[in-house]
Design a protein around this ligand. Structure first.
Ligand SMILES: NC(=O)c1ccc[n+]([C@@H]2O[C@H](COP(=O)([O-])OP(=O)(O)OC[C@H]3O[C@@H](n4cnc5c(N)ncnc54)[C@H](OP(=O)(O)O)[C@@H]3O)[C@@H](O)[C@H]2O)c1
Length: 297
């Protein structure tokens, strides 16, 4: 298939581009800068210059492709409302371009805020509906298009999609540990995160694109439960720093932006996902990655 990938230069997107090219697909990657365009060309992808704020580029990419994988996100942590607005607008533009085609539309989401107090299941709908909701309600918006002839597949990513070269939440925790001279966890450290290695995430995106039926929610989760204390302990071992409990009231000051996530339990089952598309994660665990120096070299 000729696959249009937004966020193709990103952490998950670049692995997805490699996975798609390695399995015989063609890739057209959205790039908003010369650097991203050059990186995509080096991987063997075709470049479509554009931006989340340029709907014509999104419409063109989606309408000229056999499938769309949407991974771009502004990740403007200082202005999440703008990230959410752009996310909703981008999903609407690409979904409109796909109406009536039956083509796959793989849309990224995260696990935060989906359910309270237990692991999220694939059967749990997202409570985010409409503009102004988390990620602009883009999951439900994209799913609304299933009835209009779009094969929407949602990929809900674990809060840590890990591996050497990651620039996500775990790198923020490592930076905080270096800054503070201690590796912290919040409270008793019993909050848990799910995790997945980047290579397993990319393979699941490809399998979802090829095989999942419209309306499927896939959980990109290899390990359901990793305690935040175990993460802090691994960072402490890797940096040879003491491991300490941090009071929840001091989360922001101690950790910076990741402090607002580190005390949250963000876990999901992937039992139905594995059955739906015959996916079995094979990459290293998050703790193995941290222990191997992937975050501290
Ligand atoms: N990584 C994780 O652990 C994780 C966890 C949960 C959910 N997710 C979700 O999974 C998706 C992919 O995440 P990621 O970690 O791969 O993100 P990432 O590494 O931050 O990459 C973001 C991508 O979006 C592109 N982008 C940003 N602003 C753009 C704009 N205005 N116009 C066009 N492209 C723009 C970036 O392009 P440039 O290269 O030009 O900057 C980059 O390709 C996102 O939706 C993210 O929220 C990720």
């Amino acid at each position: 298939m000729r696959v249009f990938v937004t966020g193709a230069s990103g952490w998950i997107g670049s692995a997805t581009v490699d996975e798609l090219l390695d399995t015989g697909h063609g890739v057209v990657g959205l790039a908003r800068s010369d650097a991203s365009a050059a990186a995509l060309e080096r991987r063997g992808a075709t470049v479509l210059r554009g931006d989340l704020d340029d709907p014509d580029s999104l419409h063109r990419g989606a309408s000229e492709a056999d499938a769309v994988v949407h991974l771009a996100n502004k990740h403007d942590w200082g202005n999440p409302a703008e990230s959410d607005r752009a996310e909703r607008a981008a999903v609407a533009t690409m979904a409109e371009a796909l109406v009536g085609t039956g083509r796959p539309f793989v849309v990224a989401n995260a696990l935060s805020g989906l359910v309270e107090g237990r692991s999220v299941l694939e059967t749990d709908p997202s409570p985010a509906v409409g503009p102004g909701s988390d990620r602009g309600g883009s999951e439900n918006l994209a799913l609304d298009y299933v009835d209009r002839g779009v094969r929407t597949v949602i990929t809900r990513f674990a809060p840590s999609v890990h591996g050497a070269g990651d620039w996500g939440f775990v790198t923020f925790l490592v930076a905080a540990a270096r800054r503070r001279g201690v590796s912290g966890y919040l409270g008793d450290g019993s909050a848990t995160w799910s995790a997945v290695h980047r290579s397993d995430a990319a393979r699941l995106i490809r399998l979802g694109l090829e095989n999942a039926s419209g309306g499927t929610r896939l959980h990109v989760v290899a390990e359901e439960f990793v305690t935040t204390r175990a993460i802090a302990e691994a960072i402490g071992r890797a940096l040879d720093l003491p491991v300490v409990s941090v009071a929840p009231a001091d989360a922001g000051e101690h950790f910076g932006i990741v402090g607002s996530f580190f005390g949250m339990t963000m876990t999901a089952s992937s039992e139905l996902t594995r059955k739906a598309v015959d996916w079995e994660p094979t990459g290293p665990s998050l703790i193995e990655d941290i222990d191997s120096g992937a975050y501290t070299r």
